[in-house]
Design a protein around this ligand. Structure first.
Ligand code: HEM
Length: 516
């Protein structure tokens, strides 16, 4: 009897609870979160539990995101395992991020490998927008990477370019294939090492080679660890030990940098010869000692900053030059047009040099077109500081934002025949009228963003352009190129965040002009 009476009570009580819950729910929905005025989240493809949208992307991330944007729009939300972000894919939304709401998107998030970086907290490239970053950026733009400082090192860049041509000539003489990937990375690494810390001043020529190897290791390992980012909390287990390997490589760099700094300090004690130019390390050490500097920088900051310059500057420029050569080899008409231009401007007696570049519009157009199709940093990463509305959708504070410049620069709404290699479009005479011809690589034209834009844009763009024009010009001026296996260079895109070539560019050079 007692059992029956409790059942009788249970059902009405359950009904009352259920109806109350429904009422409270609809009250909250109606009054506390009014759906009509609520700014919607960016659109997002249907996600699977745990993996999110991982099943929708291939290893070539910028291309996968470009395809998804075709269906979900220029601002979409993507979740890869434990990490989520919004992806921007056209010029209009890129302008909102880089210009209209610039301050709100001027920080970068901590990413993948940051926790293994021994200099965590003083890194420049991944620094939050704030006093330290502002101070260092100003130093870059006014001194370290400013045109007068770059001009002081013209001879160094020229010597490294000559070494490149000599090394390729050697391949010709020996009938061996030339690994342009390795040759061009040596060029950019040596150039930056000499401009940054005059490696020769250590009296040890192997320093540049050691730095090249360490940077290669750091870039490879941080790339792999960034993929581990997707595992979220599991990444702390560091299954493959990449984090520890990265730490070991960084500690090795730290010891090397300590030694080179000590040598610079000893040189400075002896008193710099007035005619001796200051390299980046000399300037940084001066700033470190300056009691009037707005921000006090430490030795750790200096080592970290130089590492950033190496990591941001070597592979980016080298990858872009490989793409330029690959494109030119596969487009013989463009190759011939460029060689004719160089021959007519430079003449038959010497190698092309930096000061020729203003008179070589087709060379400039080739490099710009290459960066349009193959930006070395195809996914520019920023972080949102405060909740805001972008393209009609809410972007919450702390959201990671990836601007897919690969997609922006191939958008058919902005470019005619966007996937074709057509350097002519960058000539003044072109019908396409790219627009601000002088400004476009400085990121003031939001459909052309190889170097990003705004205060967070690349401070190394001028240096990269100087090195790339002279090197690509020389390789076209001096050599014909025969593809190793077959008629055409394999121009497949590589995997990951940086869209390098899937396979290193290895070709047979045939000497056409010997400047030595
Ligand atoms: C073809 C060559 C290069 C390309 C395509 C490239 C591209 C980029 C891009 C897209 C960014 C992010 C910009 C943004 O967030 O808006 C960046 C940042 C940066 N780049 Fe470059 N870069 C190149 C060469 C260089 C060189 C040669 C250096 C230095 C020697 C350099 C140093 C940096 C630094 C330090 C940053 C971080 C700036 C900041 O966070 O404020 N880059 N680069």
């Amino acid at each position: 009897m007692a059992i029956i009476s409790s059942d009788i009570l249970y059902y009405p009580l359950f009904l009352i609870w259920f109806i109350t819950a429904l009422l409270v729910h609809s009250f909250i929905k109606r009054f506390l979160k009014p759906s009509r005025t609520r700014v919607p989240d960016p659109p997002s493809p249907p996600a699977l539990p745990f993996v999110g949208h991982l099943h929708l992307v291939s290893s070539v991330l910028p291309k996968s995101f470009q395809a998804l944007a075709g269906r979900y729009g220029p601002l979409m939300q993507i979740r890869l395992g434990a990490s989520s972000c919004v992806v921007v894919s056209n010029a209009t939304v890129a302008k909102e991020i880089f210009k209209t709401q610039e301050l709100n998107f001027s920080s970068r998030p901590e990413f993948g490998s940051s926790e293994y970086f021994i200099y965590r907290g003083s890194r420049f490239v991944l620094a939050q927008y704030g006093d330290y970053w502002r101070f260092m950026k100003k130093l870059c733009m006014t001194r370290l990477l400013a045109v007068p400082q770059l001009d002081l090192f013209t001879d160094i860049r020229d010597q490294e370019k000559v070494k490149l041509v000599e090394s390729v000539m050697k391949c010709c003489k020996e009938g061996k294939p030339c690994d342009l990937s390795s040759e061009l990375t040596t060029l950019t690494n040596n150039t930056i090492c000499r401009m940054a810390m005059s490696t020769r001043c250590s009296g040890n020529d192997n320093d540049a080679a050691e730095i090249k190897e360490l940077i290669r290791t750091c870039l490879q390992l941080s790339g792999k660890i960034s993929v581990g980012d997707v595992l979220g909390p599991l990444k702390i287990l560091d299954f493959s030990g990449n984090g520890q390997k990265l730490k070991a490589a960084l500690l090795k760099y730290d010891r090397l940098a300590d030694r080179i700094i000590k040598e610079h300090q000893e040189e400075a004690m002896k008193g710099l010869d007035k005619n001796q130019r200051k390299d980046l390390l000399d300037i940084l050490l001066e700033v470190c000692k300056d009691p009037t500097a707005e921000v006090k920088i430490s030795m750790k900051d200096i080592k970290s900053f130089l590492l950033d310059i190496f990591m941001a500057g070597t592979d980016t420029s080298s990858a872009a030059m490989q793409w330029a050569m690959g494109k030119l080899i596969n487009h013989p008409k463009a190759f011939q047009k460029l060689r004719d231009e160089i021959n007519s401007v430079v003449g038959p007696n010497r190698l092309v040099k930096e000061s020729d570049v203003p008179n070589l519009p087709y060379l400039r157009a080739v490099v710009r077109e290459t960066l349009r199709l193959h930006p070395s940093a195809p996914l520019i990463i920023r972080e949102c500081a405060e909740d805001c509305k972008v393209n009609g959708f809410i972007v919450k504070a702390k959201t990671r934002v990836l601007v897919n410049v690969f997609a922006v620069m191939r958008d058919p709404d902005s470019w005619t025949n966007p996937n074709e290699f057509d350097p002519e479009r960058f000539l003044e005479s072109s019908d396409e009228r790219i627009g601000e011809h002088q400004m476009e690589f400085k990121g003031q034209n939001f459909r052309y963003l190889p170097f990003g834009s705004g205060r967070r844009g690349c401070p190394g763009a001028s240096l990269a352009m100087l090195v790339m024009h002279a090197a690509v010009g020389s390789l076209v001026q001096c050599f014909d190129w025969k593809v190793k296996d077959g008629e055409k260079v394999d121009l497949s895109l590589g995997s990951g965040f940086a869209s390098e070539m899937a396979r290193p560019l290895v070709c047979y050079p045939i000497a056409r002009f010997n400047p030595f």
